[in-house]
Each structure stands twice: as C-alpha cells, then as structure tokens.
Design a protein around this ligand. Structure first.
Ligand code: GLA
Length: 742
C-alpha cells in the first residue's frame, strides 16, 4: 500500500515494510518473520526507502539464544521499534511491565496498523499540533497477557521532525504493573557517536556538555517532579566529526514537564539505543483490565547538516507546532518587572511610580512580580491565598491594573499557583492539600510545600482563584512560577498501592489546569518560570508562549544560557531583561548596553531596575527600548545562528524571516590589547542583494558578508571619514550591528 499525503510518503509494502519519508528524512522499519517490529533505517531522505531493507543486517551470530526457537535469530543485537524485556534482548527496554504471573517477560508482536491524515492528539497530555502531516499507528500485541501497544508515528511535510508516542492497553483480565513505558526507542547502527546535552542548576541553566558515547548507558533524567535545570529533556546524538554545519544528528526531546529520562545505551556490538520518555525510576502504574496508559510525545529531529541544521528544525517546529498560536507570531511588549527593582518592598504607590518611570523611557508593560498578595513581605508566607495585601494594595489588583492601563501600559502579574506556604489561610484550612509521605516531616523548599495536584479539589480551587484574578479582564500577562523541587512525594487522595503514580498524576493535574485556563484566557500572555529554568520544556511551552530561562541577569552568564537554549528553543520563546549592576547573582559590573545586548535576540525584552537606576540611565535606556520596539516584530519568526563561541567570544546572527534585516552580535568577555581581526562569515543572506550597515551607511554585498565575512573586533570610519567607531573597550563589552537589505 502506498499512501502519499501531501509531500509525505508512507509506504507499507506487501512485505510489511513501513517507510515514512519526507524531504528531510526517511524512517523505515518492518515486521520481521516472527512478528517483531524491526528497525531498519533512520537518516537522510531516501528515493526508494523500501530498498533499504536489502542493507539491513540480520543477526547471524550463533548465540546461545534462539528467539522462540528461531535458529540464528535473537533480539540481543536486533534493532527494534519498541523493545521489551524478558526474552533475548538484554539492553534497557522501552517497555517493562509485570504481568499477573509475577514476571516481566513480554513479547510484543505486530497485530495491525492504520494510517490517519493529520495527527493523533493525546488525552490529558499536551501534543504537538498537526496540520500537513500524517500518522502511522502500528498496533503490537502480547498474545499471552493481552497487552496491546499502539505506537504512533507522525511525519510532517515541512519539518525534519518525527513525533512518537505509545498507548498501552490492558485487554486481559488481570491487573498489569507498568514499570518502564518509554514514548520512543530508536536503535541506531553501530558507530562512534557523541552526545550533546544541556545541564545546570539555578542561575547557570542550560550549560552544554559533549562527550563520546561510552559503552554502557548514559542517562539524563529528573526525579524532582519537574523536568529540571539539572538535566533538560534534550539530547543530540551526533555522528563522529559532527560540528555546527556538518554531520548527521539524531536529537530527541519530550513534550512533558515532569520526571523524564532520555538514555543512550551503547551495547556489546556498539549498537546505540536512544530511549525517550517518563523516568522509570520510582515510577509504577497499575493498569486495570480495560484501562490504557498514554505516554507523552517524544519529538525527534534528524539533521544531516550538523547542529545548525538541527537547531533550525527545532526552532521552526517549536514556534509553529508547540507554542500557543495566539502569540507565536506576535511581537512581545517591552516591560518593567518589579523583582530585581524592588523585591518584596513593593506597594500600590511604588508600582504607580515605576509605571511612570517605565512610560518615561518608552516601556509598554509593567509586571508586578512576587510580593503583592496578603502578608507577602518575604518568601515565608501566603502562597495559596492569592488575594491582594490590604495594607500595601488597598485598592486591590484590579483597580491597580485599571490605573496602570489608564496610563497606557499593559499590566502583568506574578503567581506561583502550585505552591502553598505553611503560613497561609489555605494551609490552616486544608493541611492535607499538600504532597507528603505519611509519618514523615515534609521538607520545606523556599519555605513552601507543593500543593497536591492529584487532588481535583485542589486544582479546582486554584482554577477559581486564578479565574477570579483574570476575569476582571485587566491582566495582560501572567508569570507562572514554580520555585521548588518535590520531596516526600505522596498524595493522600491516591491509594497506598498507587503512590508511585503521584508524580505523573501531579503533571496531569497541572496540565488540566493549564488547559482550562489558557483556553478560557487565550489573549493573556503566559510566561513560564521555575526559579528561572527549572521547568523549561516542550510541555510547558505548549501552554505558555515564552519562558524566563534563568534568574541570571548578568550578561556573561546570560550569554551561556541563551547559547544553550538555542540548540533547541527558538529565541522567540525567551525573555530577557536588563537587571542591576553589580549583578545580584554574581556581583559582576557591566554596562547597560551589554546587559541589553545579551538578550537582544530574545522576543520579550524588558528591564528590572530601581527608580534611581532608571533615572541615572534614562537616555540610554530609552534608546535601547526604542530599538527593542522598533525590532519587536523582527525578533519573531526569524533564524538564529551561533556563528562563533570560544572561551572569550560569542558571535551570533539573527536574520528576519523575509531576510530584509540581519543582526550581528559580537561579545567578548575579557578584552585584550592589539587583538587580531577575525572574519566572521554571515549566513543565509541573499547572495546578490546589498546590505547596508545602519550605523554608518556602508554597503556590503550578501555574497561578500557570507564568503569573506565581517571584520571583528570592530574598528571603522564613517563613510564621510568624519569619525571612527570602535568595539567598546574593556571587559564584557559587546557590539550589535544591524544590516538592512537595500
Ligand atoms: C523566582 C523567579 C524570579 C522571581 C522570584 C519571585 O525565583 O525565578 O524571577 O519571580 O521567584 O519570588
């Protein structure tokens, strides 16, 4: 059967070979003789993918094991689509479940398949949007215990993306215990690979690390309840010698905000297995007869053009198919956030005063961060109550918002709806509404406990509180924070036997709340935050248009974070502000200009400065904000490139979608005397067009900028030879160039 849908081809041959092909890649597998789904090929697009089976190797090693009596056939080396445990494959499986006999031996064999136009959507979990795509669903069955697994594969016309998920059904008469249920497994052929992944902690999120794939199993995972800054749910498996421009890359992420696991296992025959899904550590799910379990979606990006090619695909896919449609092509308002400007020392009058300051330098929104609700004068109290502090905000939030809006500004507010302070009315009333393990003292994190989102009453209570806040219609933006990891995880509303389901049930509760709220308030701009980037993932971005990637507002710290982000996330989803100097996180002193430049390509830009800082730098701030506003539309939907990153230099390019404007940012950390010049080669310009450097009117051909490059660090005369412009002297300095097509 040949199915051509748009520009995608899904072929199912008489020999039961399945191939998914678009212009970016082919993905091929087949039903082996014994019914096992055997993986054949994943890589650049093939003209005749079904022929790839002739290159497929069979296991002819005469090992001691013969799978189900089949001579010379065992699963220990065989690339598979959804490997199980208990038979002849000893690698970490995609599926591991205890059946009613008490063992975990499972054999999943092909049962049937179907192809749907468009995409399947997951119930209770966020899914990537469909559109011009089609989905192959292959049903596997364990005949003995009547376990059915639907593997879904979505391929798109216009993206090098494969979306996979699995749905497990218990068609038997006995309960099953699911231990691992990965969303996807990809067996790559034996080769030398490198891994790139992103790790970190508070204020130093998204640091990149690369290493050769070792023999054994390398795992990034979270068991903190959120996807975490420790290990972002993202891995790129790169073929040896891969770099920004060249090489095959297989990358993976998960549309999920809870405990994830992505592992890369190099087996005894150097074969490599990439598993992506919910973390199986401390996880167990009881599947009653007739029930099913849906995994989150794993998203895979294949690039044959190195890291740059990979990032381009992620960026466009996340922008087009993940982030909310209402904002994904909208410029974001410039803003003043009260956090590093005032911390908890905030009240009605101060907000109004800051609003006037914001207006005076051209900002468009004021965001009232933490500290606005009852008795919230530090971080020890009142989370969960969510009404304005009567002393400091006597007119309430709606009234304040109206006053702000009368001035011509938008109004945004900070909330942390998943948390509860022990010093709160809510805790007095409902001490059982928290995650806790019976008999244990729950550990506090930032003086707070985590609300039990497994409990529908809790979720409804928070929905009502937020509904009340938003229904006044005066709030344009919400910063949704989550400031601690989960400990002593247990829920009083879940049975003792099912306690290991709690972290996943929590995430389902969170998604149900986000779903209701964002559906009811589609015009409110939601920003995701979790002590900065402790929950920056595709799951949250499915509901929220932007994310605060880190509390690190120092430009050098921020550059690293944005660079890490850029492997996966388009800068359309990031916010950045000019914070104080010396920086409150690392004490570094830096110029306003460099603080702005580090975040110049992020879609949402603002400041968080005190009155006096604003007064002392008003002219410079006004200029920068004007620049941000002038280019707000440009910073959505374009392409971002990492041109250079060394120990001392960051050089990035951003080009608008229509290629009419190109921005080049050069940043050096420490300055040196008498620096050699470098020719930084720009990319993706129009070869035959001319580009004018806006600061001095100089013209360059696209070809020249791409082939010969632009000379940095910068020293240049103006066209009329009247003045010389330099790269600013000193450490932590930067220069941002704008080129306009003429
Ligand atoms: C977290 C966020 C900050 C700020 C504070 C408020 O740390 O990352 O940006 O909102 O909470 O308490």
């Amino acid at each position: 059967m040949l199915k051509v849908i748009g520009k995608i081809v899904i072929i199912v041959s008489e020999k039961n070979i399945f191939s998914l092909t678009n212009k970016y890649y082919s993905y091929v597998f087949r039903v082996g003789d014994g019914g096992i789904l055997e993986h054949i090929y994943y890589g650049s697009s093939l003209k005749n993918p079904n022929n790839s089976v002739s290159h497929h190797y069979q296991t002819h090693r005469d090992g001691v094991l013969h799978f189900q009596g089949k001579k010379n056939y065992n699963l220990s080396e065989l690339p598979q689509e959804y490997p199980t445990f208990g038979s002849t494959d000893f690698r970490f499986p995609a599926f591991h479940c205890k059946n009613s006999d008490g063992n975990t031996a499972t054999v999943l064999k092909y049962k049937n398949h179907r192809i749907i136009k468009g995409k399947n959507y997951l119930s209770a979990l966020p899914s990537a949007r469909g559109g011009e795509c089609s989905t192959l669903i292959v049903c596997l069955e364990d005949n003995l215990h009547k376990i059915e697994v639907d593997l879904a594969y979505t391929i798109y016309d216009n993206y090098g993306v494969l979306v996979r998920s699995a749905n497990i059904k218990n068609n038997g008469n006995n309960k099953l215990e699911l231990n691992n249920i990965y969303s996807s497994s990809i067996d790559l052929p034996a080769s030398e690979y490198e891994i790139l992944h992103l790790h970190g902690s508070w204020s130093r999120e998204l640091s990149e690390e690369s290493m050769i794939v070792p023999s054994g199993r390398f795992v990034i995972e979270s068991n903190r309840g959120s996807s975490s800054a420790a290990h972002f749910p993202f891995i790129a498996v790169c073929e040896e010698q891969c770099n920004e421009i060249h090489g095959n890359i297989y990358s993976s992420s998960l549309i999920y905000s809870g405990n994830h696991s992505i592992s890369v296992e190099k087996g005894e025959f150097n074969d490599v297995r990439l598993l992506t899904g919910i973390n199986s550590f401390n996880f167990n799910w009881s599947l009653n007869p007739g029930d099913n379990f849906q995994t989150p979606e794993a998203v895979h990006v294949y690039s044959k053009n190195g890291l740059r090619g990979m990032s381009n695909i992620w960026h466009s896919f996340i922008r087009d198919k993940i982030t909310p449609k209402n904002f994904n092509i909208k410029p974001r308002p410039t803003y003043l956030n009260t956090w590093e400007s005032s911390y908890f020392d905030i009240d009605h009058q101060k907000v109004l005063k800051l609003a006037d300051k914001a207006l005076s330098i051209g900002l468009e929104m004021i965001v009232l961060d933490d500290g606005w609700f009852d008795r919230r004068i530090d971080d020890s109290s009142s989370l969960g109550d969510w009404y304005a502090d009567a002393k400091r905000f006597p007119d309430g939030i709606q009234d304040l918002a109206i006053q702000i809006k009368r001035k011509g500004l938008k109004f945004g507010i900070w909330i942390e709806p998943e948390m509860i302070s022990t010093k709160s009315e809510l805790f007095k009333k409902h001490p059982d509404w928290v995650l806790k393990a019976p008999g244990r003292i729950p550990s506090l994190g930032r003086n707070q406990l985590v609300l039990d989102y497994c409990n529908a009453d809790v979720v409804n209570y928070i929905f009502d509180k937020l509904d009340k806040l938003l229904s006044g219609g005066n709030i344009d933006y919400i910063k949704w924070d989550m400031n601690r990891n989960m400990s002593e995880v247990g829920s009083p509303v879940v049975s003792a036997k099912q306690q290991l389901e709690v972290p996943h049930r929590y995430i389902l509760g969170l998604y149900s709340l986000l779903n209701r709220l964002t559906k009811k308030y589609p015009n409110v701009l939601f920003e995701n935050c979790a002590s900065g980037g402790n929950r920056l993932d595709l799951g949250m971005l499915r509901y929220m248009s932007q994310s605060w990637p880190s509390d690190m507002s120092d430009p050098i710290g921020r550059l690293n974070i944005i660079n890490g982000c850029s492997y996966l996330f388009p800068l359309d989803v990031l916010s950045a502000y000019i914070g104080p100097s010396p920086n409150h996180q690392n004490g570094r002193i830096s110029s306003i200009n460099s603080r702005f430049n580090a975040g110049a390509f992020c879609a949402a830009k603002g400041i968080s400065l005190s009155d006096s800082d604003i007064d002392n730098n008003a002219n410079e701030l006004a200029k920068l904000i004007n620049f941000a506003k002038e280019h707000a539309t440009d910073m959505i939907g374009g392409s971002f490139y990492r041109l250079k990153k060394s120990a001392n230099v960051f050089c990035w390019q951003y080009i608008t979608k229509d290629k009419k404007k190109c921005f080049l940012l050069y940043f050096h950390i420490l300055s040196g005397p008498n620096e050699p010049f470098q020719h930084i080669k720009l990319v993706e310009l129009e070869k035959n067009s001319k580009y004018k450097q806006t600061s001095n009117g100089k013209l360059y051909s696209g070809n020249l900028l791409m082939e010969n490059g632009f000379t940095l660090p910068y020293v240049s005369m103006t066209n009329d030879n009247k003045s010389i412009s330099y790269m600013p002297k000193g450490d932590f300095s930067s220069k941002l160039f704008v080129f306009k097509k003429v």
